[in-house]
Design a protein around this ligand. Structure first.
Ligand code: NDP
Ligand code: 2IT
Length: 450
């Protein structure tokens, strides 16, 4: 055994790209992690000998299947379903399900990889996974969504279980889809168990799960600001997206005294210069969760401007919360945010900033909370839902909000521990990558070559 066997970032990425060609999002996610981990393990022979990073970037297994269902007109439809079970070194596979018309395996591989480190950061015993289908729930009736979810679960049910792999929601998968999939699993297995999280409160769901990702993201920002002697009070904020994460990010910002200027969807964004109030947010929740409408309707309702086909990053504000989708902040957007006086970014969405954008934020030393740290509150409360299901009991909203607060504070502290640079600047990306990696790596080394 060559004690000095080492691999540069270039060599490592060359191999990864060769094994995963045409998968730019997966390559991007791994590159951002490897750039921090390779220098960190340079003097740690046990991790290099066990090839931890190489194994972590190769999923335990990838399941791909056809989902056949019948639409309202009687036509047979076929979509492609997936589950990427990335790593179960520290707990059963855990991660959301995404339904989106453009979903590819590339996207799911990046999400499952990120999920593994994110789940580790929460301190709870959860491995990493992600799944979904190239199904567009937006233009489907309730009945069509029901039939799709049932068919999807017929195959997925063979690969999951409350101690094996526990899915949850993500883009295009909310309370309705979770309920349909949970019920179908129950019918197939004749088993009422905590096999999915994000369930309704009346059948095993947890208080605060709906709010957790958004609230957690804002708690993380609050801790970053506090670390720098500042707070939310009076600060302006840009939020993108108008779905689950965006709604509860906006809600908590407003509660803490910040002013939310924007929300968006895939058609464009609205700019409300007077600030989105709690009442206006109630309108958005009804618009998006009940009527399933478009954010443009907000502009008509409250007489503000809707910018069609545009993203909110040109609007001057102190804080930014990308809460829609991956790579929604380009390098140009990042530059504009900095030019306009943005002092902090917390990522509610997964990998919403392109690599050059992240480099700019860190290079300019603004506060930057990467998604695996900032949005870990959602899966953390999912973990607490699993605990409550196993114990056959439920905690109160106050208890759960308190748990969430403490978990986000712990994640922040870990990032500070591993991310503080010589000049005092906290590189949260590096801190999150190293702290997330360490727990998984230690488990992998301890368990031998599996
Ligand atoms: P939702 O489906 O509830 O909302 C998604 C929002 O993002 C919608 O406003 C949607 O607009 C917009 N969006 C989706 N795709 C695009 C796109 N390609 N371009 C522009 N806008 C887009 O999903 P969530 O709020 O749950 O998820 C948002 C992000 O947060 C995702 O990155 C997800 O992975 C991440 N996340 C979610 C967690 C959760 O608990 N739900 C936990 C941690 C992270 P439109 O309706 O027009 O498509
Ligand atoms: O990206 C994510 O962390 C989620 N979509 C939530 C996963 C979960 O299992 O709650």
């Amino acid at each position: 055994m060559k004690e000095n066997r080492r691999c540069s970032l270039n060599q490592f990425m060359e191999g990864l790209i060769r094994r995963n060609p045409h998968e730019p999002e997966f390559q991007q996610a791994v590159d951002e992690v490897a750039a921090d981990i390779l220098p960190f393990i340079d003097d740690k022979y046990e991790y290099r000998k066990a090839m931890v990073l190489e194994r972590l970037t190769e999923a335990d297994r990838v399941i791909v299947f056809r989902v056949t269902w019948v639409d309202d007109e009687g036509y047979v439809r076929a979509n492609r379903g997936y589950r990427v079970q990335q790593n179960n070194s520290i707990g059963p596979y855990k991660g959301g399900i995404r339904f989106h018309r453009n979903l590819t395996l590339d996207t799911l591989k990046f999400l499952a990889f990120e999920q593994t480190l994110k789940n580790s950061l929460t301190g709870l015993p959860m491995g990493g996974a992600k799944g979904g289908a190239n199904f567009n729930p937006k233009d489907k009736s309730d009945d069509e969504v029901l039939r799709f979810c049932q068919s999807f679960m017929i195959e997925l049910s063979r690969h999951i279980g409350p101690n094996v792999d526990i899915p949850a929601g993500d883009i295009g998968v909310g309370a309705r889809e979770i309920s349909y999939m949970f019920a179908q699993y129950k019918r197939i297995n004749n088993e009422f168990s905590g096999v999915i999280t994000g369930k309704g409160i009346s059948f095993g769901g947890s208080m605060i799960r709906t709010e957790a990702t958004g609230y957690g993201c804002v708690y993380f920002m609050e801790d970053m600001l506090k670390e720098n002697g500042s707070s939310f009070e009076g600060k302006t904020a840009l939020v993108s997206g108008a779905g689950n994460v965006a709604q509860f990010t906006a809600e908590k910002i407003i509660e803490l005294g910040g002013k939310v200027l924007t929300l968006s969807d895939s058609s464009g964004f609205i700019h409300d210069s007077e600030g989105i109030t709690k009442e206006k947010l109630d309108y958005v929740k009804d618009l998006k969760n009940v009527r399933r409408g478009r954010i443009a309707e907000y502009a008509d309702e409250f007489d503000v401007t809707f910018y069609e086909g545009k993203k909110p990053w040109d609007i001057p504000a102190e804080l930014a919360f990308p809460c829609a989708t991956q790579n929604e902040i380009s390098a140009g957007d990042a530059r504009k945010l900095i030019e306009n006086g943005c002092i902090a970014v917390a990522e509610g969405a997964n990998m919403p900033t392109v690599k050059e954008g992240v480099d700019l934020f860190i290079g300019e030393k603004i506060l930057y909370a990467p998604s695996k740290a900032a949005n870990a509150g959602g899966v953390a409360v999912s973990g607490l839902e699993m605990t409550q299901n196993s114990m056959r009991m439920s905690w109160s909203r106050e208890e759960l909000d308190n748990h969430l607060r403490v978990i986000m504070r712990d994640i922040h502290a870990k990032c500070v521990d591993y991310g503080r640079e010589k000049d005092g600047y906290i590189n949260y990306r590096k801190g999150a990558n190293i702290a997330g990696f360490l727990k998984v790596a230690d488990a992998m080394v301890a368990c031998g070559p599996t």
